[in-house]
Each structure stands twice: as structure tokens, then as C-alpha cells.
Design a protein around this ligand. Structure first.
Ligand code: AGP
Length: 610
């Protein structure tokens, strides 16, 4: 996905747009650009690479003005390059457009426009938009009618912002399925794809809804629906503090967010239990009688959120005893699942904008199923499209590799499972209290693990040239093995695979050599002896063992090349602890290999395209 910003006010628009784009850089960093009204003309500056490259270009060729739009790109159509960078314009540079999302039918539209003589320069889908608008204006349409006409032509999920040379005091915007926020300042308005770019300048924020468009000047904001009817903008007080999205002294967002986990857990425990044992989810509006009638659950999510969902499946079957499946969103959408009336869908998404997961929600709603979601952004599209949502309370997660959101998801899946079990009178009071008492001990156990981060940092130097990693776990820690492998591969670019320990001998053991480190999660549990057998099998083939064990485990320690001890906790809650050394391992190995863990190549923080 990409990041869009816009501004109309009295400030120097070049610096406002650059600061905004830097706040959104996690959304994509293949190229960046701005379009500004400079003495009445639209001036374009755009460059391949991170925003730094655009800043350098602007030092050589500055622009001057107070109104403009900007874009930071994650390439979908057309390689990262200067020519494919946004903004894109019509042939006369009288219209400039920045775009997030996908125009699914752009080839057909491009062909039609080319047959009318339009000349295209880029290989992007976006470039059809300024040409479509130019065609409408050439036919004598007003800007309003031009917008309404093209909305019926373009297909896909998208958000755009547009400058028209004929209206040099206005920034136009429109969205159909991708986020666009309007921030209100003093004699100024801001536009952004996400809240991070509005925190410092806007006390109030309007979250536009699907199929809305409009414009703003420095003093006026107008919003309409896709039939042209005016809409009253709803502004909400925005509560985020700058420190929540600043690195506050950490070298990267990812390590800051890993170390934030204990404090986030203390906040979750406080908010969900307010000091006692009464679980509460005030934002969750689904009636209790509907929830207690659910006979089947399907969790659908992507990436790290899917790994959390796989553990959530265990919790929902163990406590409220509801048959639960966890599905990859991108597969769930096309699977046409067999479902009954009392089946409910749980969508898990940190960003709340993942296109695959959103598509899964639309598929579920087409089957008249209730959908609830677990999101980290309560103003997101997924939250809006759900019948009810739970806020995972992790605070903004900027690092592309998800860490604190994962453990916050697990915590909420665990507490929600207990909540539903108590609604259905399926958990004795004492058992509930004992489990919640153990939850309250988790933050200090996380602190104990993080206090030993330097051990992992030291190890990481040994893996700078490693080509392959294997991660093994069982039951609750099988998804943790998958998560550890995902973390390592997505930020250090080392090939890594996660497997259930029991699967090792069914094929993956062929990978084991002295060059292949194997991370084994072997905590006290019913399956501990089986993990020890896995470790013996690997040792017999000279594999390198990196073990995650409970404190005091001398047996596995003696078999390990690297052994990390975590505080004891029950197996059901162990993923909240076993994942932390794996997060640290991926971070330190990436840094040791001189990569930027916050902006891994080819990735973006939220994948808003299917
Ligand atoms: C996690 O480290 C990855 N960046 C990615 O797999 C992510 O979890 C996935 O894209 C789902 O994102 P979401 O939680 O925002 O839906």
C-alpha cells in the first residue's frame, strides 16, 4: 500500500508534505513525490527511492507554495522508478493525482484513452486517473461531474487526492475502500492515509467513509457521496500522542515496539480487568445472547495475524468449547466454506486495512454471517465493516514487522475466550481467577526476558552469513515457530521455515546440516519429551540447536549450541513469552546484516491490495 498526504493552509507546503510523508514512510518506500501549486502552476517533484531522495531533489529544485499533495509508494503496477513515482498528471500537467490502492480495470481504461490520443509515460494503473479526468473536463464537465463520472468507471479499492490547475486553492480527494483522513488545524486542513501524519497538527480528525469525495481549501471543507449529495463531516478528537509514534531514542521502531510489550500488557490488563476479575470489552457491541449462541467460529487473517489466529483457535476450543477453524484470508475468500447460521467469522488485523482480510469479511457477509474483528485501529475499514470489533490496544505499530500487535492479539484472544466461556457458564470461577492471576504475572516475565536481550544480540553475529533457518514448535508453539520464521525472513532476508515438531521427520529433516540452525521451542509441557526427541534427531545430523526453554532446564541446555531460558508459565500462555526471543533474534540478525528492520525490501506495513 502507499501513503497519501495533502495540505492547504499558510505554511510552506513543501516541508508540511515532507514531514507528513516521513510519518507515512512505513506504508511504502519505493519512491516519493509531491505536487504543489507554485505561483498558480502545478509543480511536480518526484524521485525513486526513500523520501530522503525526494528531499535531496527538493534541495536542488525547491518549490514554493501553500497547497499541495504528496505520495510515498509501495509498487503494485510498474517497477519502483522515477517515471512510475506519483504524482501522475494529464498531458498538460493541469491535473495531478496521487493514489493508494489498485485500479483493477486500468488496462481497459488505458486502451480506451489511448485510442482517443492520450499518451502515457508510466506503467502504473494510477496514470489513467488524470487522463480520465482530463477527458471529462475536455467534454465540458464540471470538476464535480467529472469526479462522479469517473467513479462509475474505475473498479477496485482506492483512495486519491487531486490538484486541478483551474482551482489553485483546493485539494480534492476521494476514496472507495482505502483510508483517507482529514485533519483540521487553524486556517488549514490536512489530508493523510493514516493518523500518524496528523498527530502533531490536527486536534480533530475526520475519517472519510467508502464512496465519499470532496475538497478543502485552507478555510473550507466539503464532503459528498458518490451521488453528489453533501455529507456533514464528522470530526473526532484525536488522542494519540507524538511519543506513541516517535522512536523515543530507540534506533528502530521495531526494537522500540518489542520493548513496549510489557507496558502494553499492563495497560491491557488494567483496561480489560480494571484491577479485578471482571472481563470487559466496552467497545464490543455484539449482544451477549448472540455471542453465547455461536456454535462455530472461523478465524481469518494474514501473516502474523494468522499466526495469532492459529493460537486463538486453541483458546476458543479449549475454554468456550466452540469448534474453531483458522484460515488464511487469501484462501478463505475463494474456498466457499460450508457454514451454518450460527457460524461467526473473526477477522484479525493490526492495520484493519488488509485487502485479503477485508475480502474475507465481504465473503462472510455475502453468506449473512456475523463478523467480529480484532483490530489495532478502531477507525479502520475492517472495524467499520464488522458487526462488532475489539481494540487490541497495542498503540500505533510502525515497524513493518509486527511484534507488539502479535502479543496483544494473543492476549485479547485469550481474554475473549475466557469471556465467552464465562458467558456460557463453561469455566469455574476458581479456574478463571487462576488463569487471570497468571496473566497478571506476564508483564514482569516479559521484562525478565527483555532484560537478557543482549544474549540474543551477541548470538546474532554468528548468523550473519547463514543461508537457512528452521523453526520448530508444537501445539500452542507451532504457530510461534511459523511466526519466528516469518520475522526472520521478512527483515533479514534469510530463508527460514517453521514447522510443527512432529512434521520434521516427514520431510524437513532432509534440510538439516551443520550449516542450518534449528530454533526449538521446548518449554515444560506434555509435548516436552517429543521436542527433546526432535533435538536429538537434529543433533544426530549435526544441526545447530538454538533452544527456547524454561528456566532451570539442564537437559535441553546440555543438548543446545545456544540456549535461552524464559520464566516458567503454563503452556497455554507460553506463546506470549516464547515469541519474544524470536522477535529479538530476527531484529538483531537483520541489524547485524546491515538491513533496516523498519523498512524491509518489497514490504509495506499494511497490504491493501489482494
Ligand atoms: C507481519 O510481520 C507482516 N508484516 C505481515 O505478515 C502482516 O502481519 C500481515 O500483512 C497482516 O497485516 P494486518 O495484521 O495489518 O492485517
Amino acid at each position: 500500500m502507499c501513503g497519501i498526504v495533502g495540505y492547504a493552509g499558510n505554511k510552506n507546503v513543501e516541508s508540511v508534505l515532507l514531514v507528513g510523508l516521513i510519518c507515512l514512510e512505513y506504508r511504502g518506500y519505493d519512491s516519493a513525490g509531491i505536487a504543489v501549486f507554485d505561483k498558480g502552476d502545478i509543480e511536480i517533484r518526484k524521485e525513486k527511492g526513500k523520501i530522503k531522495a525526494l528531499e535531496n531533489l527538493l534541495k536542488e529544485k525547491p518549490v514554493d507554495g501553500h497547497i499541495g499533495i504528496g505520495h510515498t509508494r509501495w509498487a503494485t503496477h510498474g517497477e519502483p522508478s522515477q517515471i512510475n513515482a506519483h504524482p501522475h498528471t494529464d498531458s498538460k500537467t493541469s491535473i495531478a493525482v496521487v493514489h493508494n490502492g489498485i485500479i483493477e480495470n486500468y488496462q481497459k481504461l488505458k486502451f480506451q484513452l489511448q485510442s482517443k490520443g492520450h499518451v502515457f509515460h508510466s506503467s502504473t494503473d494510477t496514470e489513467v486517473i488524470p487522463h480520465l479526468l482530463a477527458e471529462e473536463l475536455k467534454a465540458g464537465k464540471s470538476i464535480k461531474d467529472a469526479f462522479l463520472n469517473i467513479f462509475s468507471k474505475i473498479e477496485g479499492k482506492w483512495a486519491i487526492s487531486v490538484l486541478f490547475e483551474r482551482e489553485p486553492d483546493r485539494v480534492y480527494f476521494a476514496q472507495d475502500g482505502a483510508p483517507l483522513l482529514i485533519g483540521k488545524g487553524k486556517n488549514e486542513y490536512y489530508l493523510s492515509s493514516a493518523i500518524e501524519a496528523l498527530i502533531r497538527n490536527s486536534a480533530e480528525v475526520c475519517y472519510t467513509k467508502n464512496k465519499e469525495w470532496g475538497y478543502f481549501t485552507k478555510n473550507e471543507l466539503a464532503i459528498f457521496d458518490f451521488q453528489g449529495n453533501p455529507i456533514v463531516p464528522e470530526f473526532k478528537k484525536q488522542e494519540l500522542k507524538w511519543t506513541e509514534i516517535d522512536k523515543t531514542g530507540y534506533p528502530h521502531y521495531m526494537i522500540k515496539e518489542i520493548f513496549e510489550q510489557p507496558s502494553i500488557f499492563r495497560k491491557i490488563i488494567e483496561k480489560r480487568m480494571n484491577g479485578g476479575y471482571e472481563l470487559n470489552f466496552p467497545e464490543f457491541t455484539l449482544p451477549k445472547e448472540i455471542l453465547s449462541r455461536v456454535t462455530r467460529l472461523i478465524i481469518q487473517a494474514a501473516g502474523t495475524s494468522l499466526h495469532a489466529g492459529m493460537i486463538g483457535k486453541h483458546y476458543l476450543e479449549q475454554f468456550p468449547k466452540i469448534q474453531t477453524d483458522s484460515e488464511m484470508s487469501s484462501e478463505f475468500v475463494y474456498r466457499n466454506p460450508v457454514v451454518e447460521g450460527d457460524t461467526m467469522i473473526i477477522a484479525i488485523s493490526q492495520s484493519g486495512e488488509t485487502a485479503d482480510t477485508l475480502a474475507g469479511i465481504y465473503e462472510a457477509k455475502a453468506k449473512f454471517l456475523k463478523v467480529i474483528s480484532l483490530v489495532n485501529n478502531v477507525n479502520s475499514t475492517i472495524a467499520r465493516e464488522s458487526d462488532a470489533f475489539i481494540d487490541m490496544l497495542a498503540g500505533p505499530e510502525i515497524g513493518v514487522a509486527s511484534t507488539k500487535a502479535f502479543t496483544a492479539q494473543l492476549m485479547h484472544l485469550f481474554l475473549f475466550s475466557l469471556y465467552v466461556a464465562s458467558l456460557k457458564w463453561m469455566i469455574p470461577e476458581e479456574e478463571l481467577k487462576a488463569l487471570l492471576d497468571e496473566v497478571k504475572l506476564l508483564p514482569s516475565k516479559m521484562d525478565a526476558i527483555l532484560n537478557k536481550a543482549s544474549i540474543i544480540e551477541k548470538w546474532s553475529k554468528d548468523f550473519v552469513d547463514t543461508k537457512d533457518f528452521v523453526f520448530l514448535g508444537r501445539t500452542y508453539n507451532h504457530p510461534v515457530a511459523l511466526e519466528g520464521a516469518l520475522k526472520l525472513k521478512e527483515i533479514s532476508y534469510i530463508h527460514a521455515s517453521g514447522y510443527a515438531g512432529g512434521e520434521l521427520k516427514h520431510g524437513p529433516i532432509a534440510l538439516i546440516t551443520s550449516e542450518v540452525p534449528v530454533v526449538c521451542i521446548a518449554i515444560d509441557s506434555e509435548i516436552y519429551p517429543k521436542m527433546v526427541s526432535n533435538i536429538e534427531e537434529i543433533k544426530a545430523r549435526h544441526g545447530k540447536i538454538i533452544s527456547i526453554v524454561n528456566e532451570g532446564d539442564e537437559q535441553v541446555k546440555a543438548l543446545s549450541d545456544y540456549c535461552f531460558e524464559i520464566p516458567k508459565c503454563s503452556e497455554v500462555l507460553s506463546p506470549l513469552l516464547t515469541v519474544i526471543p524470536l522477535q529479538l533474534l530476527s531484529y538483531y540478525v537483520a541489524v547485524a546484516r546491515d538491513y533496516d528492520p523498519d523498512k524491509p525490501r518489497n514490504l509495506a506495513k499494511s497490504v491493501t491490495v489482494e
